[in-house]
Structures are given as structure tokens and as C-alpha cells.
Ligand binder design. Structure first.
Ligand code: SAH
Ligand code: SF4
Length: 382
């Protein structure tokens, strides 16, 4: 079987090239062809000797999952669905803003954490993505968008590991993928602009601090353990106090001077003024130990069978005001790409029900999905 070069960070590629009898600088050239130029064909790599190109073509490949579809929102958000085999589909979302372009990447097919408000969680866990499948999402999106937007320079400036899956439960494949994102010969993204979002897998927060400290976002969603146990079952293993202590340790090496806490606003569940006051008290305790935080309130994206409702905007702004009055920097996440269901956790319902994936693919073949133009996959697998 051929080796997929998207599975390697630069050091991995150096080791691979050494097996072929090639020096380090050859690996760097190859790495740049792949990630700077988006090359998938060794024939294109004109500064590599023909004999090496032939050796590579025999033993290696540069490939990823098949594109199922691409959806483009009126606001410029683009969502891709990729088929990772065995009926599993993952999503990748590009969110353009005036001063940056953010790519939201998946780390697993499904998720084992099982958060109540997350449709990926309801779907259950299928498997970890490989490093190549994680990197492919960036490789594909960056080079697709450059062509699509007729740009020669970098389009994606930020990556957030906020698609499907719990990145810290796929740690071994995550870290090399992060290194490709950060490497100057890869995507050259700064550590501040690559964010790992976690539901709170404490041991791996400490390992990430040592191995590859990037910006950290923690999905908190509740100010006390009983409620968080219910919403984020991983809390039973790693309760809030332990989690916030890990965040404080992480802060010592984090590229930003605060940790972002995500808080999904669920009507009548965690959105009351008393919850905001409990959060303030909690954060005061940990601030005294050295934690700086920022809150990001996320309007809940409803999905069938969740049994939960979105908080009203007045409730969300009132909650934000209580936090801000206490001096906590708080933002309310803008929903983007609503018309293409590009917001968090919107896809998994389809993945969960395999027949509905098939139905959806059939609908896409007809060219429309809920009134939105859908571009049929084969055009993009060419
Ligand atoms: N597993 C990681 C990263 C993926 S989820 C984590 O939980 O942090 C990315 C973000 O989307 C998390 O903050 C998560 O809480 C949020 N999210 C999941 N489902 C959601 C929904 N239905 N509505 C709003 N936010 C949701
Ligand atoms: Fe997994 Fe994150 Fe969804 Fe929780 S919110 S189930 S950790 S993807």
C-alpha cells in the first residue's frame, strides 16, 4: 500500500525521505510542494530529480477523502462534506471575515463524549480521523479557495478544531496535524491563530502544553458540576475544578493571554441570571489562582431529538451583560452560514441516519438542497 504523505509533519517526511536515501532538504522541498503549492502529482515537482519523482510515485501518494458536496452561503461561508468511508461523513467549514479567513476542521467521525446539545454527540463515535484526513481538510480548502477566489496568497489565516469530534481524544493524530499547520514550510499559521477546542480532556490539555501549545478553547457550558455532568458527560471524569486548574497550568505556555470558554446557551437549562452569577464566582476563585478567561456565548443550534431549545436573544444579551459587568470579557458568537446549516453540530443528524445520508446525496445529485445551490461532488474530485 502507498504511504499518504499528508500523514506526515516535516520531521515525519524527513524520516520517510531518509528511507528513500534522500537528504533533509529534499523532504523540505517535497513538503513545500504539497502544502505551499497544493501539488498532488509528483510529476509537477520540477525541482526534484526525475528518479526521485518516480520513486515517490511508486511508494507514496497525496490524497484524502472524497468530496460529497460543497455548499456556499450568501454570506460567503463554504461548507464541504467529505466521505471518510463506511458511511461516515465529516464536515469542514470556511468562514470569511474582513480581516481573516477561518477554517473549522473535524477531528473524528462522530464523538464519544456525548454532549446533550451536540448532534455529533448524539450520533456516537465511529473512528478517529488520521493525520492525513485532518490535514487534508486544510490542504484541500486552502488550495480550492485560492483557485475559486482567484488568489495567489494565503486564504486561510486561522484554524479552529471545532468541527466534528473531540480533538484531544485523537491526540496522536492531532499533534502532527497541528505541526503541519504551524510549520513555515507548511501553512505557517501562528500559534495564536490555531485553536484546539476541547470538552475538557484534562490529561491531554497538559500534554498539549508540552507538545504543541496553540490557543485553547474549553467548552464549559455550566457553572457547576451537577449541571455539567448532565450536559457534558466527560465532566464526571474531569470535574470543573480539575479542568480549570489544567487551564491555569496551560495558560503559562499558551500563545494568548487568556483561555476562551465556550458556553452554549440552552433555554431554561444554563441561561438564567443565577448561572451567570455562579460563573462569576467560579471564575473569581480561579482568577485568584492565575486564570484569565474570555467567554464566548454560543446560541444553541437546535436539531431534531435534542429536546433542548435555543435561548432567546434577550436572555443571551442579559447573560452577557451580567458577565461583562463583573469584568469578564464576553462575546456572543455570530451565527454564520445559517442558510447552509454550517453552524456547529448541524450535520451529524445526517451521518447518524445512514439512509438519510443516501437520501441527501440523492437530493444533491438533483442539484438542490433546501433551496440552496449545491455543487455536485464529482466536479471537485477531478
Ligand atoms: N469537541 C470539541 C470541539 C468540537 S465542538 C468541543 O466540544 O469543544 C465545537 C463547539 O461547538 C463546542 O463548543 C460545542 O460545545 C459547540 N456545539 C456543539 N453542538 C452545538 C449546538 N448544537 N449548538 C451550539 N453549539 C454547539
Ligand atoms: Fe463531542 Fe464536542 Fe460534540 Fe461534545 S460538543 S459531543 S465533545 S463534538
Amino acid at each position: 500500500m502507498k504511504v499518504n504523505l499528508l500523514d506526515y509533519d516535516l520531521e515525519g517526511l524527513v524520516a520517510f525521505c531518509q528511507q528513500l536515501g534522500e537528504k533533509r532538504f529534499r523532504a523540505t522541498q517535497l513538503f513545500r510542494w504539497i502544502h505551499h503549492h497544493g501539488a498532488a502529482d509528483f510529476g509537477q515537482m520540477t525541482n526534484l530529480a526525475k528518479s526521485l519523482r518516480e520513486k515517490l510515485a511508486e511508494s507514496a501518494c497525496i490524497q484524502g477523502p472524497k468530496v460529497v458536496s460543497r455548499h456556499e452561503s450568501a454570506d460567503g461561508t463554504v461548507k464541504w462534506l467529505f466521505d471518510v468511508g463506511a458511511g461516515d461523513v465529516i464536515e469542514t467549514v470556511f468562514i470569511p471575515e474582513t480581516d481573516r479567513g477561518t477554517l473549522c476542521i473535524s477531528s473524528q467521525a462522530g464523538c464519544a463524549v456525548g454532549c446533550r446539545f451536540c448532534s455529533t454527540g448524539h450520533q456516537g463515535f465511529s473512528r478517529n480521523l488520521t493525520t492525513g484526513e485532518i490535514v487534508f481538510q486544510l490542504w484541500f480548502a486552502e488550495h480550492f479557495l485560492r483557485q475559486h477566489l482567484l488568489r495567489n496568497d494565503r486564504v486561510i489565516s486561522n484554524v479552529v478544531m471545532m468541527g466534528m469530534g473531540e480533538p484531544l481524544q485523537n491526540y496522536a493524530h492531532l499533534v502532527p496535524a497541528l505541526r503541519v499547520m504551524l510549520d513555515d514550510h507548511g501553512y505557517g499559521l501562528s500559534r495564536r491563530r490555531v485553536t484546539v477546542s476541547t470538552s475538557g480532556f484534562v490529561p491531554m490539555i497538559d500534554r498539549l502544553a508540552k507538545d504543541c501549545p496553540v490557543a485553547l478553547a474549553v467548552s464549559l457550558h455550566a457553572p457547576q458540576d451537577a449541571l455539567r455532568d448532565y450536559l457534558v458527560p466527560l465532566n464526571k471524569k474531569h470535574p470543573i475544578d480539575e479542568l480549570l486548574q489544567a487551564c491555569t497550568r496551560y495558560q503559562a505556555v499558551a500563545p494568548r493571554d487568556f483561555i476562551t470558554f465556550e458556553y452554549c446557551m440552552l433555554n431554561g437549562v444554563n441561561d438564567q441570571p443565577e448561572h451567570a452569577r455562579q460563573l462569576i464566582a467560579l471564575m473569581q476563585v480561579h482568577a485568584a489562582r492565575g486564570l484569565s478567561c474570555k467567554f464566548n456565548l454560543i446560541p444553541f443550534n437546535p436539531f431534531p431529538g435534542s429536546g433542548l431549545k435555543q435561548s432567546g436573544m434577550p436572555q443571551i444579551t442579559a447573560f452577557a451583560k451580567i458577565l461583562m459587568d463583573a469584568g469578564i470579557v464576553t462575546t456572543i458568537r455570530k451565527t454564520r452560514g445559517d442558510d447552509i446549516d454550517a453552524a456547529c453540530g448541524q450535520l451529524a443528524g445526517d451521518v447518524q441516519d445512514r439512509t438519510s445520508v443516501d437520501r441527501r446525496m440523492a437530493t444533491q445529485r438533483q442539484g438542490m438542497l433546501g433551496g440552496i445551490k449545491v455543487v455536485v461532488a464529482k466536479e471537485f474530485n477531478a
